[in-house]
Design a protein around this ligand. Structure first.
Ligand code: BGC
Length: 366
């Protein structure tokens, strides 16, 4: 009986969600489905809200879903959105290669798909990609180390670096890594920069789901295995602010920053999260890369609106992002809109973070 009641309740809830979606859609210019990977990271909340608010201002109804980094949940959300008749799908994937069936169904239902920030891989059924120039972001990550460690004004002894990369199932990790390595390689080749662990390949230094706790454990292991006696860690390549902060924690725990001759290693990052900007202001983290989620949201809103109004989309990059699929025997390159990113250090927090309203002084505790 209890089970039957539960079943009935589920049916009623499902029917009302469905009807709600339809109703919202019918009193608006149409329903747009937006899926983001997780609420647990600052940026995806900002991204999701920016897209939702922008589209609602233009009169669209928006179904915005987060999936706690759980792939089956994300696939279900997309299935439901297709059933509910969304007009466009905006997808920031968890695993970029896992959505083949959903993308095929979207194409069959003539629903245009925008790959948001992370490239949807191995499928020709992806209409547009809106992101930052991820290779350039990677170069900025490398440049942060070159600037901060003054590698062009060579120090008297070799510099010890350890390297971290992002999630192996996120294509952005490839661009970030390649860009950073291209900048650092000449210094590694000349012997000025060493990686005492020898762990350099992206697959070896990757961090599944960008998990900062996993990165912290790896940092602890590296420190205990490769840094004893007078071998001091000078810098860390980090692709993501929470990883930067957890690596700094691991270093502090073994005396970096509080022992003579052991300053905190120089660390960059990405995403310009509040905790990292605070750390930068305190002089712990050295820098981060700011990718303004508001601009990405606005570019996406404009793109959705143009698609639904049948307008021509201009300014597309048609060479940078092949996604591994083939169409008529040729590599499929996803037409992309790519935005610019900015390196943030203590020197430009005011100008690029506070004056632009990305974070307020109050949020930063200033
Ligand atoms: C995004 C980064 C983000 C990371 C972890 C990447 O795909 O480009 O901005 O830090 O995912 O969520």
């Amino acid at each position: 009986m209890k089970r039957f009641l539960l079943f009935l309740l589920t049916l009623v809830v499902a029917a009302s969600v469905f009807a709600g979606g339809r109703q919202a859609a019918s009193s608006s210019k149409g329903l747009v489905g937006v899926v983001m990977p997780t609420r647990s990271e600052e940026r995806w909340n900002k991204d999701g809200n920016a897209v939702k608010e922008g589209l609602e201002k233009l009169g669209y109804a928006v179904d915005l879903q987060f999936s706690d980094d759980d792939i089956p949940t994300q696939l279900n959300q997309i299935d439901n959105m297709i059933t509910n008749g969304v007009k466009v799908l905006v997808i920031a994937s968890i695993d970029g290669s896992s959505l083949g069936t959903q993308l095929e169904n979207a194409r069959a239902a003539k629903i245009p798909v925008i790959s948001y920030d992370r490239l949807l891989m191995q499928s020709p059924n992806v209409d547009y990609y809106v992101s930052f120039d991820n290779y350039k972001v990677g170069r900025q990550m490398g440049q942060i180390l070159v600037n901060g460690l003054k590698l062009d004004n060579p120090p008297k002894r070799p510099i010890n670096l350890e390297l971290f990369a992002g999630s192996p199932d996120d294509n952005n990790s490839v661009g970030f890594y390649q860009g950073a390595i291209d900048v650092l390689k000449p210094y590694m080749d000349s012997g000025l920069v060493r990686v005492p662990s020898g762990q350099i390949e992206r697959t070896v230094i990757g961090t599944l789901r960008w998990d900062a706790a996993e990165a912290q454990k790896r940092m602890e292991n590296l420190l205990s295995r490769y840094y004893s006696g007078d071998v001091i860690l000078d810098g860390i390549l980090s692709p993501y602010d929470p990883i930067s902060l957890s690596c700094l924690e691991a270093c502090k725990a073994v005396g970096y920053g509080s022992t003579a001759g052991k300053p905190l290693p120089l660390v960059g990052g990405q995403d310009c999260i509040v905790a990292s900007v605070k750390s930068i202001m305190q002089g712990d983290q050295y820098a981060t890369v700011l990718k303004d989620t508001r601009s990405l949201g606005a570019a996406t809103v404009e793109l959705v609106d143009k698609i639904l109004n049948g307008q021509t989309i201009t300014g597309l990059d048609t060479s940078s992002y092949p996604n591994g699929a083939t169409v008529n025997g040729r590599a499929y390159v996803v037409p992309s809109l790519l935005l610019d990113s900015v390196i943030v250090t203590k020197d430009n927090v005011q100008k690029d973070v506070i004056d632009t309203g990305y974070h307020t002084r109050a949020e930063l505790g200033l």
